[in-house]
Design a protein around this ligand. Structure first.
Ligand code: ATP
Ligand code: MG
Length: 329
């Protein structure tokens, strides 16, 4: 990644959760970039690096990378995932979108469905929304919590603190098992969301993306921002940090996320597995066998240009007689 871009991701990583305030980050910020074109070039470089790193991650098959994306509607989660991961081999990547829980999911503890969707070793797992909805939408809408059928005596004022605690414990557990976690909050301004909603209404190709529910959710903007801030303050840990990424300029969001992922994978010092002496011997034998096979095939093949020999005709009695008399049969 060019030098210029290498200065960006780090400044949006939340290091000290307890002192974090959402207003410290301007959604319209574009960091060290002056233009979309400049960021586009950096993103391209990042995509190429990511592709190489993912190949090693997969081959090494030790670490897994879990990327969590949270945001208000129209902040650009889908587009960011699409662009940043565009160079990655689909075989090594799994995207999981979390919607409102199904009856089966509601019947379990709140981390159950996240645990089921975790990436395997060697893979990159992407959570498009995640277990964090449990301290966001569920906190903003108390009726959702009521429908979770949690025993009433467990529903106390401490529930959000308890959920932060459980999430942190879950993420520490994963970290200690080789799942590296990075979390991204795409920080959009209310005004930019209004503009994007309007463009979804105005452009027929974008109509499908708009729902009345999205517009209604917008009415709870301040509650959401308070819930996001509290969540980031309590769950940004050194092992599983949040990045609060300015999201009013999609091109900037993408390059910051790309850089953060590249940096994370680089820090793992990934390498292709080396082969031991036994394996090297095995490979040498296979190589010899394949080379010998090529020699045999070459020998068996007729030389180029030489006409295939006609099979010798059997001398019949008539032909033998004609040959004796010097006439043609
Ligand atoms: P897009 O709108 O781009 O398709 P999206 O992630 O907004 O993507 P939707 O189907 O519009 O997808 O919304 C999913 C909804 O599911 C969100 O409103 C989210 O808050 C809700 N949801 C996710 N997890 C939970 C949960 N644990 N409890 C309740 N609601 C949840
Ligand atoms: Mg939506």
């Amino acid at each position: 990644m060019p030098r210029r871009a290498a200065m960006n991701a780090d400044r949006y990583r939340v290091r000290e959760g307890t002192s974090f305030r959402l207003k410290q980050i301007d959604p319209g910020d574009t960091g060290s970039f002056q233009s979309k074109r400049e960021a586009g070039e950096a993103l391209q470089a990042g995509t190429a690096q990511l592709s190489e790193l993912q190949d090693k991650l997969y081959a090494q098959d030790r670490w897994a990378l879990l990327l969590v994306f949270q945001a208000m509607d129209a902040a650009g989660k889908d587009g960011t995932i699409k662009h940043v991961m565009s160079g990655v081999n689909p075989q090594g990547c799994q995207v999981h979108s979390f919607k409102a829980p199904s009856p089966e999911e509601i019947d379990h503890d709140f981390l159950w469905r996240s645990a089921k969707a975790l990436p395997e070793r060697g893979r990159i797992g992407i959570f498009n929304r995640s277990h964090y909805e449990e301290v966001l939408v569920v906190r903003v809408h108390s009726e959702i919590l009521a429908k979770q059928r949690i025993p009433p005596e467990l529903l106390t004022a401490k529930i959000w603190q308890q959920r932060y605690h459980d999430i942190n414990a879950f993420e520490s557990y994963l970290t200690r098992n080789g799942v590296v976690i990075r979390k991204f909050f795409l920080h959009l301004s209310r005004e930019e969301q209004r503009r994007r909603f309007l463009s979804r209404l105005e452009e027929p190709d974008k109509n499908w993306k708009f729902s009345l529910a999205d517009a209604k959710e917008r009415e709870h903007w301040d509650d959401y921002m308070a819930a996001y801030e509290d969540m980031i303050r309590h769950t940004s840990t050194p092992d599983a940090p949040w990045y609060v990424v300015p999201a009013d300029h999609k091109w900037f969001t993408r390059v910051v996320v790309s850089e953060a992922i590249v940096e994370t994978l680089q820090s793992l010092n990934l390498a292709y597995p080396t082969v031991d002496a036994t394996k090297r011997k095995e490979l040498a034998e296979v190589r010899r066998a394949l080379e010998n096979e090529a020699v045999l095939v070459r020998k068996a093949r007729p030389k180029k240009g030489s006409a295939p020999k006609k099979p010798a005709k059997k001398k019949t009695a008539t032909r033998k007689k004609a040959a004796r008399l010097g006439t043609r049969a």
